[in-house]
Write a protein that binds this ligand. Structure first.
Ligand SMILES: *[C@@H]1O[C@H](CO)[C@@H](O)[C@H](O)[C@H]1NC(C)=O
Ligand SMILES: *[C@@H]1O[C@H](CO)[C@@H](O)[C@H](O)[C@H]1NC(C)=O
Ligand SMILES: *[C@@H]1O[C@H](CO)[C@@H](O)[C@H](O)[C@H]1NC(C)=O
Length: 154
């Protein structure tokens, strides 16, 4: 009988100690959590303010329009300079946030624009010659979030 009472007391003491330990482990740092929550809300706001929608202005370089390979083989050696070397067109890439991690802002419609550049040729003499050349470039007119992989995080 006496042994049972002692055992009971011991067990309750053990339970109290264990509970205290467990609650210590799980007690959260409320201050730290509040700071993190506030920062999280700010981050979400940043994302919400800039949704994928209208295409954005981007600087596009002539070598991107012509194509890197063609530019290297056909232009770089023969051309002294070109004007203008970059133009502003509209693009969807990185032009806004999408809801899901496996979506990206992509072009849903685009037009071809005709651009004319002045190429100044390399010359051995004192007079340089120039010519106009026309290139077609894409201009995005509509963006939408498109799935880039099958993986879902939900
Ligand atoms: C709780 O978090 C704050 C901010 O990160 C920190 O300054 C403080 O020392 C933390 N307190 C405990 C008890 O860990
Ligand atoms: C895409 O653009 C073309 C030319 O601007 C337009 O005729 C066509 O209706 C557009 N399509 C969509 C789906 O918006
Ligand atoms: C490109 O498209 C945008 C609309 O997305 C339009 O505002 C802009 O004028 C277009 N640029 C050219 C050079 O056509």
């Amino acid at each position: 009988m006496k042994m049972t009472v002692v055992a009971r007391v011991l067990i309750s003491v053990l339970v109290v100690v264990l509970t205290a330990r467990v609650s210590m482990c799980f007690r959260r740092n409320v201050t730290a959590e509040k700071i993190m929550e506030r920062n999280f809300r700010k981050t979400v706001q940043l994302s919400d303010k800039f949704n994928c929608g209208p295409p954005q202005k981007r600087t596009i370089y002539l070598h991107e329009i012509v194509g890197e390979e063609v530019w290297k083989t056909e232009y770089m050696e023969k051309i002294e300079s070109v004007h203008p070397y970059s133009v502003v067109l509209h693009r969807c890439e990185n032009a806004g946030c999408c809801e899901k991690y496996n979506e990206r802002c992509k072009s849903a419609n685009e037009t071809e624009v005709t651009l004319t550049f002045m190429y100044i040729r390399k010359s051995s003499g004192s007079t340089s010659t120039y010519e106009y050349r026309t290139h077609q470039a894409k201009n995005h007119t509509l963006c939408e979030c498109q799935i880039i992989s099958d993986k879902q995080i939900k």
